[in-house]
Design a protein. Structure first.
Length: 359
């Protein structure tokens, strides 16, 4: 057991040092997620930085989708004792003003992508419902997440081009989550191999001129709700969010696929008229390809890559390698209802069986 700089702050939650979390579950994680895109929808940058205290690893990725290019820079190192150190090779996250402004940097590292971006939240950071899921007696998910919509300012360098990022055009969403979810090297499946393999999911933080809406739907193979959220959040931190009832999610897929071409999310607030938000995906980004979410056997979030820090670049073509692109989609999207038009993240995945997918 050893001390770290965090131990000098009065923030302890257990009778242990701050580098140790309350659970010994190998799958404990603590992660930043950001997305950044122009409202024209012609490119999208997704960034993640995670720590895995019980695996002794920290890693990061940046994924840029531009045209048919799917470009990833990723890095990993041993976590060490100092959890306040959010750098991973050329990546770093700086908290300028907690829950409001952050700086995210990828230094030039020889892989054709770099950035220096500052995030400013448009709404207060909002705590989502706790995500808890037990399969065959094993707790698979037990996590807490905050969400926030906002704007970006700074610069992206890609392929020799310097792209100015200004808050009038560059919008996005971010989250911070921590807790338990599958990470690291694959475990022997045991009885977990009998799971249905269904993951029916929709996550949509959407930003409008004077408010944002945060919506979540997760269901199992029988259509039962495992997680849901529907709130309208205002920029004024003293104004309570509006509860929008139980969200109803209706995606439309391209024929013969599970690629969404549009969607409707219906809301039924108890004290106002029901309304529907129309979702138009502008640019689909397959976030699982190359970033560590589980598709590649040699690079997964929390996987130990060795004693020395590792930095890698991965480039794919979404047209020439179309068969590679499947799984969870993070799409930059336009959202409309009534006189309101906004932009945000439309994240979805329809894996396995679900009532809405049956003939």
């Amino acid at each position: 057991m050893s001390l770290s700089p965090l131990d000098d702050y009065p923030v302890h939650q257990i009778s242990g040092v701050m580098r140790h979390v309350a659970t010994s579950d190998r799958n404990f994680y603590d992660r930043y997620y950001f997305n950044c895109f122009p409202i024209s929808g012609d490119m999208m940058l997704i960034i993640g930085v995670g720590q895995y205290p019980n695996l002794g690893v920290t890693d990061a990725f940046a994924l840029l989708r531009r045209g048919t290019a799917h470009q990833v820079v990723r890095a990993s190192r041993e976590l060490g004792a100092d959890r306040m150190d959010t750098s991973v090779g050329p990546f770093r996250v700086e908290v300028i003003e907690g829950l409001k402004r952050l700086r995210v940097v990828l230094e030039e590292c020889g892989h054709g992508l770099a950035f220096d971006l500052t995030w400013t939240g448009s709404i207060p950071a909002t705590l989502e419902p706790r995500h808890y899921l037990r399969w065959q007696e094993r707790v698979v998910f037990d996590s807490t997440r905050l969400a926030q919509t906002g704007r970006w300012e700074g610069v992206i360098e890609h392929g020799g081009e310097r792209i100015a990022v200004t808050p009038d055009r560059w919008w996005g969403a971010r989250d911070r989550s921590w807790g338990i979810r599958p990470v690291g090297e694959p475990e022997p499946p045991g009885i977990q191999a009998r799971n249905s393999g269904t993951f029916y999911w929709m996550y949509a933080p959407m930003q409008f001129a004077d408010h944002s809406i945060l919506a979540i739907v997760q269901e199992d193979e029988k259509g039962r709700r495992l997680l849901e959220e529907a709130v309208r959040v205002w920029p004024d931190p003293d104004r309570e969010p509006d509860f929008l009832g139980r969200p109803d999610y209706r995606p439309v897929y391209a024929p013969g696929t599970r690629d969404a071409v549009s969607a409707t999310i219906a809301f039924t607030p108890w004290d106002a008229e029901p309304f529907e938000v129309q979702v138009t995906p502008l640019l689909p980004v397959h976030i699982m390809v190359g970033t560590g979410y589980g598709l590649e056997p040699d690079w997964r979030h929390g996987m130990y890559q060795g004693e020395k820090p590792v930095v890698q670049g991965v480039v794919h073509d979404t047209e020439q390698e179309a068969d590679r692109f499947w799984g969870l989609v993070d799409a930059a999207a336009r959202f409309t209802y009534g006189e309101h038009e906004g932009y945000g993240l439309y994240e979805y995945w329809a894996l396995g069986d679900h009532p809405s997918l049956r003939p």
